[in-house]
Design a protein. Structure first.
Lengths: 286, 118
């Protein structure tokens, strides 16, 4: 099959397009999946994490994937963060200083993720933070990674990618897994059948968990939500058919036309923010 | 009563970062035999620069499902934890206690959601 990928940005439509790619390719009787990039005029580099998740799921289903006809600007984006090197393209020697490169981790590679953040997060436009606040910000990213590795049952690992957009004053970081997704996890754990959005809404409440026999863990969102509210950024979660977004103090839920094959957390930070973040401004706690 | 045993988290996880549930499990597994013999444990986080909830749940939180709350609180003492992570520890303990006091609470909660949807 040939799938013409539309623009992929860090929003509902971008994630929805990836769900449709996954569903169409899985349903197609042929093994070859040609993803034609010629219609792309925009691709947020951080979205390589969920894109890579979809492609890994298809490859796991014995699909043979090719990416073709990328416009030069799009090819440059996908080359510079190392994404295309995973699909047979020649790797570029110089890493892009504005990207957190596309990287796939095994579930147990939390320490490698630690190295990844240490190597690539500095210099990406994060607002000024006290050392204590910076520790808790980093802790939140670990909580997200730990959730992906501990709860997702993702046999294909965890995918991460980020991009600093200096012109648009944004830093986007995406962490994705190819697991069963939060809605199915909730339904299977408790033997219920609730809608994807209701399941995601339930799991986002403090103290809720899908891991039976284990105490609830933080999903790393408390501090991030408080931070984002002040900073003017955005947090999103896409899982199965459910989509959640927190922006400007308001949260919204939507439903995709098809299921995303896993879970993605996307954090968007407004880098044009002169504030200095400290714990007292967040009520003194994470 | 025997002397408290000092357990250095840094030695158990072989480094300064408590970001892995498997490491948390190793800490837990070092604590359990001591609690079984009513031996107090002083868990030192000296040299630890990062701690996450999943680690603490594995290391300490699940003890509340294996021992009476009062016993786990009395015998497991924490020291040298960076103050910035105190809230994380408090939340982990609080949620773990609440979970093991009433493991069916989450099931009831989700069934209420299902009821609302029908």
């Amino acid at each position: 099959m040939i799938f013409y990928l539309p623009n992929i940005q860090s929003d509902f439509d971008g994630f929805n397009a990836l769900t449709e790619l996954h569903a169409a390719a899985q349903a197609d009787k042929f093994r070859e999946v040609e993803i034609n990039l010629s219609r792309l005029t925009a691709f947020d580099a951080n979205m390589c994490a969920p894109f890579g998740t979809v492609l890994a799921k298809l490859a796991d289903a014995y699909k043979v994937i090719s990416l073709v006809n990328a416009p030069a600007t799009i090819q440059s984006i996908l080359e510079r963060n190392g994404f295309l090197a995973n699909f047979g393209w020649a790797p570029l020697g110089d890493a892009n200083p504005t990207s957190l490169p596309y990287q796939r981790f095994k579930l147990a590679e939390t320490k490698l993720f630690d190295d990844y953040l240490a190597a690539h997060l500095p210099g990406k436009g994060l607002p000024t933070m006290t050392s204590e606040f910076a520790l808790l910000f980093q802790q939140s990213l670990f909580e997200i990674f730990a959730n992906a590795s501990w709860h997702s049952d993702s046999k294909l690992g965890v995918f991460s990618c980020g991009q600093f957009f200096p012109m648009h004053h944004r830093l986007d970081i995406s962490i994705a897994d190819a697991g069963i997704g939060i809605p199915r996890k909730v339904n299977e754990a408790f033997g219920v059948t609730i809608s994807p959005v209701a399941a995601l809404r339930w799991v986002l409440q403090e103290g809720h968990t899908t891991k039976k026999g284990n105490p609830p863990g933080g999903v790393g969102l408390k501090l991030l939500k408080d931070f984002i509210q002040i900073n003017g950024g955005c947090v999103q979660i896409a899982s199965d058919r459910a989509f959640w977004q927190y922006h400007a103090g308001k949260e919204s839920f939507s439903q995709f036309t098809q299921a995303f094959p896993g879970t993605v957390v996307n954090l968007e930070v407004n880098t044009d923010d002169p504030r200095i973040y400290h714990l007292a401004a967040m009520g003194g706690q994470a | 009563m025997s002397e408290p045993v000092l357990l250095r988290v840094y030695d158990v996880v072989a480094g300064p970062r408590c970001v892995d549930t498997a490491d948390g499990q190793r800490v837990h597994d070092k604590i359990v035999p001591l609690l079984r013999t009513d031996t107090a444990v002083v868990l030192s986080f000296d040299g630890i620069t990062m701690v996450i909830t999943a680690f603490l749940n594995a290391a300490i939180g699940q003890l509340y499902g294996e021992f009476p709350e009062e016993k786990a609180d009395r015998l497991v003492k924490i020291r040298d934890l960076l103050p910035v992570f105190q809230t994380t520890l408090d939340k982990s303990r609080e949620w773990s206690k609440a979970y093991f006091r009433d493991p069916e609470r989450l099931k009831r909660s989700i069934q209420e959601v299902m009821g609302d949807e029908e």
